[in-house]
Design a protein around this ligand. Structure first.
Ligand code: 0VW
Ligand code: ZN
Length: 261
């Protein structure tokens, strides 16, 4: 197993006061992706992504992360192909990050942590009437994970970073009219995919994970901006929003497939 220097052995994750492990869970997330154990699947299709930037609604701080939410009342921002049987609608994206650059991502690759990880959350609107119902189904959700590494400033991310001071406290929200999340995806099409779960409540085993092989680069100031956010609401004693990742979960009887040789 991979060791994160500051691993706590708390039974309850301090952040979410939810059980670290789900009793009877067989497909929990996040996991370590052991590159050499992943299996190339030639039948995996390319992932097709088409987002309409005007479906962007607002940015808000929900006390776990900051998230950008989209109008998912029609099939305007969708993904299809890859390991997916249906098309899935974009609902929101958010990030997980560390207090320092040595850790912060939820998934790891050969036990390597990245300083942050982006999750683009989509739901199966072909088979289910709402996101809330899809969350309870084995094929209800598809989440694209993108690793963030320290490097050049990311101009597309900067528009989000500039809005963060307005959502510093939990339960604050600002309108965010136009944003194309495609600018946060690496150009390389390669990904790993496996059957997993949500990593924050309700932790349901409803996610087809699609983890991009290549990270995107962001600079130190942009990571520091994430760390200026707070878990706490106005008037509460301030607690910096950092280390908002779930510890690694056991792979159990799962195979991670790759779209590339
Ligand atoms: N980190 S995660 O797996 O995306 N977890 C989520 N929980 C609530 C709904 C959206 N996503
Ligand atoms: Zn997430």
């Amino acid at each position: 197993a991979c060791s994160r220097k500051n691993t706590r052995n708390a039974a309850l994750h301090p952040l979410w006061q939810s059980p670290l492990t789900i009793p009877g869970g067989t497909r929990q997330s996040p996991i370590n992706i052991q590159w050499r154990d992943s299996v190339y699947d030639p039948f995996l299709k390319p992932l097709k992504i088409s987002y309409d930037p005007t479906t962007c609604l607002h940015i808000w701080n929900n006390g776990y992360s900051f998230l950008v939410e989209f109008d998912d009342s029609a099939d305007r921002s969708i993904i299809i192909g890859g390991p997916l049987e249906n098309q899935y609608r974009l609902k929101q994206f958010h990030f997980h990050w560390g207090a320092v650059n040595d850790w912060g991502s939820e998934h790891t690759v050969d036990c390597k942590f990245y300083p942050a990880e982006l999750h683009l959350v989509h739901w199966n609107a072909v088979e289910y009437p709402s996101f809330e119902e899809a969350v309870m189904e084995g094929n209800g959700l598809a989440v694209i994970g993108v690793f963030l590494k320290l490097g050049a400033r990311h101009e597309g991310l900067q528009t989000l970073v500039d809005a963060l001071p307005a959502v510093r406290h939990k339960d604050t929200v600002i309108e965010f009219d136009v944003f194309d999340p495609s600018c946060l995806l690496p150009s390389c099409p390669d990904y790993w995919t496996y059957a997993g779960s949500l990593t924050t409540p309700p932790l349901t085993e409803s996610v087809t994970w699609i983890i991009k092989k290549k990270p995107i680069e962001v600079d130190e100031d942009q990571l520091e901006a994430f760390r200026t956010l707070l878990f706490t609401s106005h008037g509460e004693e301030e607690r910096r929003m950092v280390d908002n990742f779930r510890p690694l979960q056991p792979l159990m009887d799962r195979t991670v497939r790759s779209s590339f040789r």
